[in-house]
Design a protein around this ligand. Structure first.
Ligand SMILES: C[S@@+](CC[C@H](N)C(=O)[O-])C[C@H]1O[C@@H](n2cnc3c(N)ncnc32)[C@H](O)[C@@H]1O
Length: 259
């Protein structure tokens, strides 16, 4: 059931050119853009999809942001995993409600948010980040998205290669040299457990894949996700001129028993 917007809620305004703006509603507050002010009180108590006009007459529609809208607008320390890739990572790494997942590095927290949502309140998500300033940004982003840090999440400042004595169903590595973490992460994964990595260059992928087959992993798959949006009007239907050309390669592998 769609409920009316309340003070304290984060909402998204979308203009006629599909530009998106996030703001937190406050009684008596205002939001200023190139198109003049929008008063928060015009929105509080209204339903999603409501249209508002700014002081200069510019039209906006108001919605609650999707996770993908939030992640692309949130403050970044490290480069985030794009929504097109986080969707594929969640499915190919098979993150399910209740899964125990170890992740590194937390970076800006984009992938952590997606993992927490998929693992749910019965899951257990541990995320390692070596750089304290990135961990602070990620903590703020995750808190801001969920309203508070999820109980199922444990953020740890430190090197994932120090991981010892814990067992996980899934591991997700978005860091530059994942092959150096294979001993620690492989040791923590259940037999049949799944590791997914995200790497920007082919040299890194090759080094990782060679290390995986020597390091107790099988069924190694590498792929990338190409997302091409389309321009659809009465007069023409064609691919958009621009697309994100390259983000990263996803590699997925399964832990074999007894190694
Ligand atoms: C590309 S960013 C991760 C972005 C993150 N997936 C997101 O969506 O916001 C890579 C992060 O890994 C961290 N890192 C690198 N090596 C690490 C290690 N051995 N243990 C923990 N974190 C590490 C870096 O400091 C950096 O913040």
């Amino acid at each position: 059931v769609s409920t009316p917007f309340e003070p304290g809620e984060r909402i998204m305004l979308v203009d006629a050119r599909e530009r998106r703006y996030l703001l937190v509603l406050q009684q008596g507050g205002s939001w200023h853009s190139h198109g003049g002010a929008v008063w928060h009180d015009q929105l509080i108590g209204q339903l999603e999809g409501t249209e508002v006009r700014s002081a200069t007459g510019m039209l906006f529609q108001a919605f609650r942001p999707r996770m993908a809208d939030f992640v692309l607008k949130m403050p970044r320390g490290a480069q985030v995993v794009y929504p097109k890739d986080s969707g594929a990572i969640l499915v190919h790494a098979d993150i399910y409600p209740g899964a125990r997942v170890v992740e590194a590095g937390t970076g800006s927290g984009a992938l952590t948010i997606a993992i927490c949502r998929a693992a749910g309140p019965d899951g257990y998500v541990v995320s390692y980040e070596i750089r304290p300033e990135f961990l602070s940004t990620a903590t703020r982003n995750i808190e801001s998205f969920f309203g508070k840090l999820p109980d199922a999440l444990e953020l740890r400042e430190g090197d994932v290669r120090r991981l010892r004595g814990e067992t996980y169903d899934r591991a997700i590595l978005d860091l530059p040299e994942p092959w150096t973490a294979l001993r620690a992460v492989g040791g923590a994964l259940e037999p049949g457990g799944i590791l997914a990595t995200y790497l920007p260059t082919t040299g890194q992928v090759q080094q990782l894949v060679l290390a995986l087959s020597e390091g107790g992993f099988a069924h190694v798959e590498t792929f990338e996700v190409l997302h091409r949006s389309w321009h659809v009007t009465e007069r023409s239907v064609r691919p958009d001129h621009r697309m994100i050309a390259h983000t990263g390669f996803i590699t997925v592998a399964r832990r074999v028993a007894g190694t």
